[in-house]
Design a protein around this ligand. Structure first.
Ligand code: FAD
Ligand code: EPU
Length: 321
């Protein structure tokens, strides 16, 4: 380990963290591929996250790895995961901050959600409280921080439309609140300041939407079960849909369903889901993604854009495709 890494590691330990050296990232991502992180560390509060930001090493934030293609060479610097306080949720009356009782008198409330909160846990809590409003995340794996970065969504809507504020920590360790006007939420993409980590968000929830939303969620999850290969390791949709068409239809029409490269395969069930059949490498997935992109471009003249984020050390010129 270099002196720089050893020094950073010591600082993190002094700040109460337990960095793991050469942490195998294939263990943490949905695709189950990728090499090691120089250092992987879980942070539990803002002081710890600031300590990570204050090292001189590059920092990559890992949500739940459900949209990440980690290179076989792995990630240099520190990979950070949000835990502890970053997984909390509270409810507030936007006009009169107070306890839960006060909060939910009117119909609309503000859910204040830590950036490391898992979407599935969030949706369950909101349902248990008889609330609705975030059904757009039904079936979307991952954390709320990842959902904001990706502007995650489904046919039930997009998270960007539900946001009241987004609190981020900047690379200089300072935190700031962004309003929806400060963020350009586009289809499967949100523009945040460079290197910003989402530590907390405020999202609108309501009582009135609860019952109908639960019906919609049920129907939506059934649809997904029938159309998506949810039992195999994937990162969901590999490409974004191009305007007026869908990547799945195009890759399917190009005859690519079932195509393999090493251990990577284009799913027989949904052509925009690329799966790891067991022994895939990041390079296998990259090669298959490129082949699908090139074939669709040749046959239909449509340039597909990956939805998944490639991170880590890749051979020069690999990305953008
Ligand atoms: P990661 O994959 O860990 O990271 C994604 C990006 O966000 C990376 O650039 C990462 O650095 C960044 N990031 C993560 N956390 C933070 C943070 N706190 N602050 C700043 N940046 C951060 N997506 C949809 O939109 N709709 C779907 O219906 C959907 N279905 C899916 C189904 C399956 C089976 C799978 C595996 C994936 C699906 N996805 C879907 C893709 C994925 O779940 C979403 O993009 C999700 O929001 C990613 O969240 P994550 O926490 O796993 O982020
Ligand atoms: N289709 C095919 N062949 C296939 C797959 C799909 O012809 O192999 C056709 C379907 O018949 C349908 C159309 O393509 O007419 C759209 O398919 P689907 O309803 O499965 O939706 P999608 O556009 O592929 C989008 C999101 C999903 C989200 C679902 C449901 C994108 C890129 N994908 O999929 O999000 O879960 O709608 O709301 O926008 C993700 O982003 O990772 C993701 C999974």
């Amino acid at each position: 380990m270099s002196w720089e890494l050893a020094g950073a590691s010591l600082k993190l330990i002094m700040a109460g963290m337990e960095p793991i050296k050469d942490a195998p990232l294939a263990k943490y991502g949905y695709w189950r591929v990728g090499g090691p992180a120089d250092l992987l560390v879980d942070v539990h509060d803002s002081a710890q996250l600031a300590a990570v930001m204050e090292t001189d090493l590059p920092v990559t934030v890992l949500g739940n790895g459900s949209n990440l293609l980690v290179s076989d060479a792995g990630i240099r610097g520190i990979v950070v995961r949000l835990r502890g306080n970053f997984r909390a949720i509270a409810f507030r009356d936007p006009t009169a901050p107070g306890g839960l009782e006060d909060t939910l008198k009117g119909d609309l409330g503000l859910a204040v959600i830590g950036g490391g909160m898992m979407n599935a846990v969030l949706l369950k809590k909101i349902d248990q409280m008889g609330l609705g409003g975030l059904g757009c995340l039904a079936g979307v794996p991952g954390t709320i921080g990842g959902a904001i970065r990706m502007n995650a969504g489904t046919r039930l809507g997009e998270i960007g439309d539900k946001v009241a504020f987004v609190r981020v920590m900047l690379p200089n360790g300072k935190t700031t609140n962004l309003t929806p006007d400060d963020i350009d939420f586009q289809y499967r993409r949100a523009t945040l300041p460079d290197g910003a980590i989402v530590t907390r968000i405020g999202a609108w929830v309501s009582k009135a939407s609860h019952a109908m939303e639960q019906e919609e969620i049920k129907e939506h999850l059934d649809y997904r079960k029938n159309t998506q290969p949810l039992n195999a390791p994937s990162c969901g949709s590999t490409f974004k849909n191009p305007p007026g068409d869908t990547a799945g239809r195009l890759i399917d029409s190009a005859g690519l369903k079932g195509t393999t490269e090493g251990g990577a395969q284009i799913s027989e069930k949904h052509a925009n889901f690329f799966i790891n059949t067991g022994e895939a490498t990041a390079h296998d997935l990259y090669t298959l993604i490129k082949r699908a992109r090139d074939t669709v471009a040749e046959q239909f003249g449509v340039q597909l854009e990956p939805e998944v984020h490639a991170v880590g050390d890749w051979p020069e010129g690999s990305w953008p495709l």
